[in-house]
Design a protein around this ligand. Structure first.
Ligand SMILES: O=C(O)CCC(=O)C(=O)O
Ligand SMILES: [Fe+2]
Length: 564
């Protein structure tokens, strides 16, 4: 782009809607440079000798510019003559006048100087100006590549990578101590901590001390409980506990990343604010996050899971987890209202807070607000009263103040269905790790059917041993008893429909084109889609024989789909 000055403002009327909109005329500071957006045919010859024409309204006696070629109009919305061309409505299509386009407005020479280079400096050049280490707001904003000028988001924990020329910029890393990020006026507890949560009427709670830790249990009516287990200085300083974890999580090698949001209304890719890392069973979340097996994770991740597990056992001894999502929040980042109610999720979700404190708020989802009246005391007020009360009452019913080392445990599926929660860190830098149980059905050892579309001939399917699909090349591509079948143009069979039509499969014949090579799968020429893998795994689990039963062939096509 370029630097511009605003040289005129006027009102226009939309005759279809009668709305009035304000328009602004921008003029480039350096009018000798042709804009990259200008059409080659565009006639633009700015000159100071061309004047912008003005005239006075006979009705309001105020001056308006002549903006349009079609003629002068009063451009003051307050005037009864506004937007009238010789007393009539102007035509729908108006053109800008020659003088309006080409006049060059004289300007104070001092102000003609560009105030700063348009290309923002690299964040590392600004280090001296920002207090907040390398987690300040500018460190998660985009980078303008000094080599090629391309703008790139900050996607990686370690720094920026230009998407065009691969230029890398890594800011220096400050390792924060949790104490530096804590509220300086907070109380420091050497024994069980005292909470400072906010509870609205209607939520009951109990408090107990277990193993020297304060536990608060909030009853979100019949939906379940939220337990807040407060850490103490003593607990946090123990080996491989909160202080240690927080330090470990800040290592530059930590595989945190900002992932692309799966659905949003903006053109192009949009990243989540926070950096995250998923380990154990795959969790869909609101972004397509990869998942790393526990054996390959940094120790901070597996240790967080152990510590969460230890804390959760204080209140819900039977709970197990198989997944942990670690999230790093830089300055100003937060997690908006959401629920953790994915279908595959177990009923307990627990998280540990590290670093800066945070507010975690729970509110009833708007669509369930009407059921709130069911929770009124015995003599439930009349419909009218309930409504008026709902409007006055803030939807937030519980606000937890989370400090370094605290653990929160949500237990109950209904909490995720009826309620939603949001987390707002207070301070520069925070890490949270949330553990869940995810029902991942066992992978069927037999394999999967893959589908391909040959350039000539009908759609082909081929049975591929699952191990090969998952990346073990030693397992060869196999045909299941000559299993090539023709599903027809649509194989969109719902996962719980079991076809009984045995006529859908036919033995492979020499007429059929060559099947997929395993290499196609492994070298990325044939790509499985995450959604279909998941559907497939679920179906395999529901019916382990699905791949060997002839009548289920069509359904099995859904199990894993490859696009060539
Ligand atoms: O940041 C936190 O404490 C919890 C984040 C959360 O709600 C989630 O990961 O689903
Ligand atoms: Fe959550």
């Amino acid at each position: 782009m370029d630097w511009f000055k605003v040289t005129a403002a006027w009102a226009e009327k939309d005759l279809r809607t009668s709305y009035v909109r304000w328009m602004f005329r921008f003029e480039k500071l350096d009018s000798t440079k042709v804009g990259w957006w200008a059409q080659p045919t565009e006639e633009y010859h700015p000159s100071e000798s061309i004047e912008m024409l003005k005239a006075c309204c006979t009705n309001c006696r105020e001056e308006s510019l002549q903006v349009y070629e079609q003629g002068w109009m009063c451009l003051r919305p307050q005037c009864p003559n506004f937007w009238k061309l010789n007393g009539e409505s102007p035509p729908d299509k108006l053109e800008y006048s020659h003088s309006f386009i080409n006049c060059h407005t004289p300007w104070d020479p001092q102000l003609e100087l560009p105030p700063a280079p348009l290309r923002p400096p690299l964040a590392s050049d600004r280090d001296n100006y920002y207090d907040g280490g390398d987690v300040a707001r500018i460190y998660w904003k985009g980078m303008c590549c000094p080599q090629c000028g391309r703008l790139s988001c900050r996607e990686f924990w370690a720094g920026w990578v230009c998407k065009n020329c691969n230029f890398k910029s890594s800011p220096p890393r400050t390792i924060f101590e949790a104490d530096r990020l804590a509220d300086p006026h907070r109380s420091v507890f050497t024994g069980p901590a005292i909470p400072s949560n906010i509870v609205q009427p209607g939520i009951t709670w109990t408090r107990m001390v277990v193993d020297g830790m304060t536990c608060l249990i909030y009853y979100l009516k019949d939906c379940g409980t939220v337990a807040h287990i407060l850490a103490s200085e003593y607990q946090n300083k123990r080996p491989e506990c909160a202080d240690w974890l927080f330090k470990e999580y800040q290592a530059p090698e930590m595989p945190f990343k900002r992932y692309a949001l799966k659905s949003h209304k903006v053109q192009g890719q949009l990243l989540t604010q926070q950096f995250s890392f998923n380990a154990g069973a795959p969790y869909k979340y609101i972004v397509a996050v990869d998942s790393t097996p526990f054996e390959e994770c940094p120790r901070a991740v597996t240790r967080s899971l152990e510590l969460i597990q230890e804390r959760v056992k204080l209140v819900h001894p039977e709970t197990e987890f198989n997944e942990i999502l670690s999230v790093g929040y830089f300055e100003g980042q937060k997690m908006d209202y959401h629920d953790d109610g994915e279908q595959e999720l177990g009923e307990t979700v627990a998280s540990i807070s590290l670093g800066a404190p945070a507010k975690m708020r729970f509110r009833i989802k708007a669509k369930h607000m009407s059921s709130y009246k069911l929770w009124e005391p015995n003599n439930a007020p009349s419909e009218v009263n309930v409504e008026s009360r709902l409007h006055k009452e803030p939807r937030v019913k519980l606000e937890l103040r989370l400090n370094h080392g605290d653990v929160v445990v949500m237990k109950g599926r209904e909490i995720q269905r009826i309620w939603e929660h949001a987390v707002q860190p207070i301070g520069l830098f925070r890490v949270a790790a949330t553990a869940r149980w995810i029902n991942v059905p066992q992978q069927h050892p037999a394999g999967v059917l893959v589908k391909r579309e040959p350039s000539d001939g009908p759609m082909e399917t081929e049975f591929v041993k699952r191990a090969a699909v998952l990346g073990f090349p030693e397992v060869p591509l196999i045909s299941e008893g000559g299993s090539a079948s023709s599903p027809g143009p649509s194989s969109g069979i719902s996962s719980n429909q079991h076809s009984t039509d045995t006529g859908t499969s036919s033995p492979s014949s020499p007429d059929h084109p060559e099947p997929f090579e395993v290499e196609d799968v492994l070298n990325g020429r044939a790509v499985p889609t995450a959604k279909t893998i998941r559907t497939g795994v679920e179906d395999l689990n529901r019916d382990p024989d699905v791949l060997v039963k002839e009548e289920d062939k069509e359904e099995a096509l859904l199990l894993l789909e490859f696009t060539k």
